[in-house]
Ligand binder design. Structure first.
Ligand code: S3P
Length: 172
């Protein structure tokens, strides 16, 4: 299937909601894609967890703004954003200028199940319980909702079904 779009689709949401999986699926449909964490890792020459450990979160967030702004300059591209990318209004504005922002959601239980064996997320260190995830999610919820133009729940859905839902919603 050949799919083309004029606007970008920016995927946002908490860690583990499935942004990367959906992004990979979108690429299978022939849509170009960039992942802000990958851009950041290329800029820094090291994994995200090392950037946090060696330079701290504020430095990571600066690189993230550069990555988001660079990605937002593209056209017709799926942009998979790190879970904290829309915490800065500047990043939301850049993504909105050239695309639609799609919030993916999942319950804390689903997220814990998906990330329980993953050690690459510094923001989940010491918080990998349903309560810990729910707390950070609650702190971010209002920002996610304010940034989003479309919201899609992912629990129990296949990546194919989520992609179809996103593509239908952005075309409306
Ligand atoms: C973060 C989410 C991560 C990554 C970094 C910080 C966050 O991306 O950008 O670890 O603050 O939510 P994913 O949402 O792709 O896991």
């Amino acid at each position: 299937m050949e799919t083309k779009m004029q606007h970008n689709i920016a995927l946002i949401g908490f860690m583990g909601v499935g942004k990367t999986t959906v992004f990979e699926q979108m690429k299978q449909l022939g849509l170009p894609g960039v992942d802000t964490d990958t851009l950041i890792e290329e800029m820094a020459g090291m994994p995200v967890s090392d950037i946090f450990a060696q330079y701290g979160e504020p430095h990571f967030r600066q690189l993230e703004t550069q990555a988001v702004c660079r990605a937002a300059e593209l056209q017709g591209t799926v942009i998979s954003c790190g879970g904290g990318a829309v915490l800065k209004q500047e990043n939301v504005d850049a993504l909105r200028r050239t695309g639609k922002i799609v919030l993916l959601t999942a319950t804390p239980e689903t997220i814990l199940e998906r990330l329980k064996d993953d050690d690459t997320r510094p923001k989940l260190r010491g918080r990998k319980t349903v309560e810990g995830i729910a707390q950070l999610m609650a702190e971010r919820q209002a920002v996610y909702e304010a940034a989003a133009q479309i919201t899609i729940a992912t629990d129990g859905k296949t990546p194919q079904a989520i992609c179809a839902e996103i593509l239908a919603a952005v075309q409306e």
